[in-house]
Design a protein around this ligand. Sequence first.
Ligand code: NAD
Length: 367
Amino acid sequence: MKVLAILYEGGKAAQEEPRLLGTVENKLGLKEYLEKAGHELIVSASKEGADSDFQKHLPDAEILITTPFHPGYLTADLFEKAKNLKLCVTAGVGSDHIDLDAAVKHDVQVRPMSIGVLEVSGSNVVSVAEHVIMTILLLVRNFVPAHEMIERGDWQVSDIARAAFDLEGKVVGTIGCGRIGYRVLQRLAPFDCKELLYYDYAPLPAEAASKINARCVQDLKEFVSQCDVVTVNCPLHKDTKGLVDAELLKHFKKGAWLINTARGAICDKDAVAAALKSGQLSGYGGDVWNVQPAPKDHVLRTAKNPLGAGNAMVPHYSGTTLDAQKRYADGVKSIIDNYMSGKQQEAQNIIVGGKIGYATKAYGQRK
Ligand code: NAD
């Protein structure tokens, strides 16, 4: 059996730090395990174009492992070429880089054997929730320009304080209140925010909502108009692509902060940059980009508010802390183990599979 893994290049860091498991160098800790069982493991970061290792090895791979941190895009066209593919495993959470509708089509209609798309649900949700809390604080307290001022050798407190606020008393809302969104709100509870809101077609169980005192707002425009801080925590699918666009941004409170650690393409990058420039947004932060790696001249690398601040963007790493890598590497191994031994997969990890099509309601409401 051939197993193909498209991971990110870890370079010197991965040679020095074996806990960087999700890298080409450290191979999710799978090399010995798979080779001992007589399987072939191909690991590469080369993922774009017909000459990439991804496209070269895809036709005879039985298992494909990809990661949201360096997405190998499995398009509908590539599904046609992946004649031997049975199992797609996402090392992490978020399988939008796989054309899930194409996976469903191949699963149900085309192949005699089913193709499953599985991810390691829950593996990095705490890692992301912590990053969201950090980014909210960085933006609301105007931290980044304050630190840059110190490095420059300057000292002008008023230039920073004029745009620094407390989180206490603010209204914070999450678009998507699943594993990450809920954990973000949970972690905000001790900050004594004025209100915690969420927008999601799947309502929280009453007990979970009352535990953190969260209120659901069902209309998105109304929701954003009530929030000082909006954090995006829903998957990318056809209904969330470009969800935060120029039109929706008009309905935000003037000077709100927007944090996106879900997927870059959920927010229209040019609309966000324009909203920052005009001051409609005071800040934008997160770690996800509409294309990864983000090109050097990507507008969100340098977009700023009228005070030359308000940018807390970083590369995609919130869900790939060393703790998270251990959890998702273990999870990938266990999914492959189940596949090889014919054991039932954990229901929470199945996105598409087993002749049932979509096994989760998180990737859109299909009526
Ligand atoms: P989850 O499945 O537990 O929760 C997703 C929630 O979003 C669900 O409650 C779902 O109903 C809701 N949702 C779906 N479509 C929606 C829509 N149109 N409007 C409002 N809500 C909608 O997933 P999770 O574990 O919380 O992860 C959420 C997303 O975060 C992932 O799909 C992934 O894209 C992203 N993520 C990013 C990183 C990172 O490193 N930056 C790591 C993990 C996950």
